[in-house]
Structures are given as C-alpha cells and as structure tokens.
Design a protein around this ligand. Structure first.
Ligand code: HAX
Length: 441
C-alpha cells in the first residue's frame, strides 16, 4: 500500500501537469473584471487564488472536494460507537482528493500519534508568558517556538532543489497538525486549570485525544470535538487565515511561520475571534436582561441596542455566504440531538429567529444569516467549557487541517511568490481625470 506521502505526490504530479497545460494553453483567457469599488472594499468577489481543498458557494455553502457537510457526515469514517466524522478523514480527503477508508483514517491517526511529541522548550516558552496573555497569543508563541523543528527551514538552508520543496513542507505540516492539540491543551490547562496537565492517550483518535488532554472525558464532548474539527477545517482560500497562510508560505517561509501568521489573522474579531465574541455578547445580554432564557422581544431590544452603539452583531453576516452557514446547521443538529433543553443553546436558536429580519432591514448588510461562530460556544459551554477566550484556539487547531493541506499543494504545484499590484489614491484620482494610466508594471 502506498504511503500517504507517496499518494499525495502521485496526485500532485498529475495536477501539476494539468496546471502547466492550463497556464500554457489558456493563460490569456479572461475570467472576470475588477471594479474600482472592489479594490477599495476588501477585494470581495475578485477571483485571485486557486485552492484545491474546498470551494465555497454563496448559497450552497462549503464543499470539501465536492462534498457537502451532510454528505461528509455520512461518508467519512467515525470513531467506534460514534456518529460524527473523524477529522483525520477530512484531512485525507483535502490532501489527496479521495474519500478515505477506515484503514486510511486509522493510519493517519497512528501517523499523527507518532509525530505528536512537543519538546519541553516549547512549553517553557509558553510558561514565560503571563497567564493573563490571551490564549491565541500563547498559541502563536507556542507555534513559533516549535519553528526550530522545521524540516523545510533546515533543508532550505542546506540547499535544496525546487522540485523537492513539497516533501519537507509535507513533513512540517504533518508534525504541526500532530502537535497542535498538545500545545492548545497545555495552554488551556495552564490558564484555566491551575497548570494540572493531562498526558496524551495514544489509544484515542486525534480529536478524542485532544478532548482528553483538555480534561473532558464525556463521550458527547469527544463527539463534539470530532465534528468541530471537521467543519472548522477549511473555507476555501480567500478567508483571512487561509489566505494569510498561503501568502506567507508563498515567500517560502516554512509552514510554522506561515501557519502562525494565519493564526494571527484568525485571532481578529471579524474572523475566528467572533466565536468568543458571540458567547460574551450572549452572557452580557443575559446579565443585562436578568434571565438565562431571554424571550424574543428582549433579544430584539438587545440586538437593536448593539446596533445603535455602532457594534456588529457577532456571529451574523459573511463576506461570501448569502444564506445560513451549513456549519451553523450542523451544530444546530448536534444541539438538537445531544442537548435540546439547554437554555443557552435554546437562546442561540431564539437569536437565530430574531436577528435575520432585523439585519435584513438594514440595506447595507449583505448577509443577515448566522455563520459558524454563532453556535459553537453554546455547545462548548454545555459540556463545561465556559472559558470563551479559549474558543478561537480550538478553531485554530481545526483550521490547521485545511490550510496546511493547501500549503502542501502550493509547494507541490510550484506556485510562485504572491504579489498583487496596488495603486495609490493619487493615481486613482489622476486616472479618473484621464491624466494617467492605472495599468502599471
Ligand atoms: N452586524 C452589524 N453590522 C454588520 C454585520 C453584523 N453582523 N454584518 C455586516 N455588517 C455591516 C458591516 O459592518 C458593514 O458596515 P460599514 O459599511 O458601515 O462598514 C456593512 O454591514 C456591509 O458589510 P457586508 O458587506 O455585509 O459584510 P462584509 O463582507 O464587509 O463583512 C463580516 C463580513 C463577517 C466581517 C461582517 O458580516 C461582520 O462583521 N459580522 C460580525 C462578525 C462575525 O461574525 N465574524 C465572523 C465571520 C465568519 C468567520 O470568518 N468566522 O471565522
């Protein structure tokens, strides 16, 4: 049986030949036009990247290698007795483009298990930070400390052919994914559980072991982690964390440097930090209203107050999606199955009934529907994980699967340094007055 590394390389060689052919024979085809408003407004809708692992449709939502989340829930291998997909499976699918067998997933689990050792100096580096440091800061510092382990950085320094870049990048990606749960769990136990750390359990799957190291032995929480890691893994290439990882990687910065950069982007409140903001906002609403199950009128009044203060309603809206995020729906289904009577979860559902009509009435808001972050916190709180500042770290561990699979593809396909053209306001004004050409070199 070919190793995962050989299987990836075989696939990549085929795609690499296809890409060369596309660029050679069709490179002059025009696929869109760019409006001035788009370059001022976050480049929305400009197609500028190729990403293999997943594709986002505004109405259909995310598809991983063509498979929707409901399809993956059915088709990906599960843990024994479980019903949620194992994240090892989605990584395999994103990396090689084929659904894995049970054996493929077991092999991936074993491979990550073997690569999971985190050197003590990494933990010592985290310890050097004040406990009060945000968990995302501790996470990025941990990743950066681990960078000394980079195969790519070492091989590049020794001198390496471009043809060989993919292999040490692949090794770094696998090492990083294997080690992130330990780093994340270490930060959680350090910050919130008095430094009482829990040793890994080599018999568990990647997400199950992560849940175990965090200190949660409830099988429901293990199932939640498997689902959470799977649905948060990727969201095509243009989102801030994926794009940043790709961009920094394009400078041949090694996977540790590139992934840490992506995580700094995930730590922004308009991106991954929204998951902590949602729960914080709901807790504040409960406190102000004086009820742990506010009714819809109370929720509506609180939403209007949030908007009147010039703040965003966290967990709602999206740069690409124009309907309820299928990742929100997957979490809602999990809630209905495991905790239908939980008041916080019910509050999330009541917010879902209340917020969209309000946001729909505001013309400038393009998407009034909930995104992935609107639901995740309430499920975590149900199992006792109330420390919402930690939530984005969970997202970060999950996001490693997609962005690092993509980084392997970037190097295997030989994608070059990313360097879009920018213009100045002065040039735009001169161009509008017909005084200068905007198309420079
Ligand atoms: N509440 C209030 N106002 C909102 C809003 C919301 N939930 N969503 C959008 N708007 C506002 C924008 O702030 C913007 O206002 P200005 O023109 O005054 O700046 C206007 O509506 C147009 O925005 P848009 O075109 O609809 O949306 P964008 O593509 O610019 O932004 C965001 C998308 C996700 C950043 C935005 O919807 C938002 O801030 N949502 C709340 C934060 C959030 O949930 N982020 C997580 C997104 C998913 C994700 O990446 N998870 O990791």
């Amino acid at each position: 049986m070919p190793t995962i590394q050989n299987k990836f390389k075989d696939k990549a060689d085929i795609v690499s030949a296809e890409v060369k052919d596309i660029v050679k024979n069709h490179g002059d085809r025009i696929i869109g036009e760019v409006k001035l408003s788009q370059i001022y407004q976050g480049m929305r809708g400009i197609t500028g990247l190729v990403t293999e692992t997943s594709l986002l449709d505004s109405y259909d939502g995310i598809r991983f290698r063509g498979y929707s989340i409901p399809e993956l829930k059915e088709k990906l291998p599960k843990a024994e007795g479980g019903s949620e997909p194992l994240p090892e499976g989605i990584f395999y699918l994103m990396l090689v483009g084929e659904l894995p067998t049970e054996e493929d997933v077991q092999n991936m689990s074993n491979l990550w298990q073997r690569r999971s050792h985190v050197p003590n100096y990494v933990l010592d580096t985290i310890e050097a930070l004040p406990e009060t440091a945000h968990p995302m800061t501790q996470f990025v510092v941990g990743i950066m400390a681990l960078q000394t382990e980079s195969h790519f950085a070492k091989k590049y320094a020794e001198g390496m052919s471009k043809q060989d870049y993919w292999l040490p990048v692949f090794d770094d990606a696998m090492d990083l994914i294997a080690r992130l749960p330990r780093i994340a769990a270490y930060i959680y136990r350090r910050k919130y559980k008095g430094g009482k750390h829990i040793q890994p359990n080599g018999l568990l799957d990647w997400a199950g072991n992560f849940a175990h190291m965090l200190g949660y032995e409830d099988e429901g929480f293990h199932e939640l982690m498997r689902l959470y890691m799977t649905i948060h893994s990727d969201h095509e290439g243009g989102n801030v964390s994926a794009h940043t990882t790709h961009l920094v990687g394009s400078a041949l910065s090694d996977p540790y440097l590139a992934f840490a950069a992506g995580m700094n982007g995930l730590a922004g409140p308009l991106h991954g930090l929204a998951n902590q903001e949602v729960i914080k906002w709901i807790f504040e609403m409960q406190k102000e209203i004086g009820s742990d199950l506010p009714n819809k009128e109370q929720i509506e009044a609180y939403v209007r107050k949030t908007l009147s203060e010039g703040k965003v309603v966290p967990g709602y809206g999206h740069a690409v999606l124009r309907k309820t995020d299928p990742r929100f729906e997957a979490q809602m289904q999990f809630g209905k199955k495991h905790m239908p009577d939980d008041k916080l979860v019910q509050t999330v559902w009541n917010i879902y009934e209340t917020v969209p009509p309000i946001l729909q009435s505001i013309a400038k808001i393009k998407n009034p529907w909930p995104n992935v972050d609107a639901h995740s916190g309430a499920l975590l709180v149900h199992y006792g994980m109330v420390e919402y500042e930690f939530y984005t770290v969970l997202f970060g561990v999950a996001r490693s699967l997609g962005v690092l699979a993509s980084l392997c593809w970037d190097r295997a396909l030989g994608y070059p340094l990313e360097r879009p053209k920018s213009v100045s306001n002065r040039l735009v004004k001169a161009w509008l007055e017909g005084k200068e050409e905007i198309w420079g070199d």
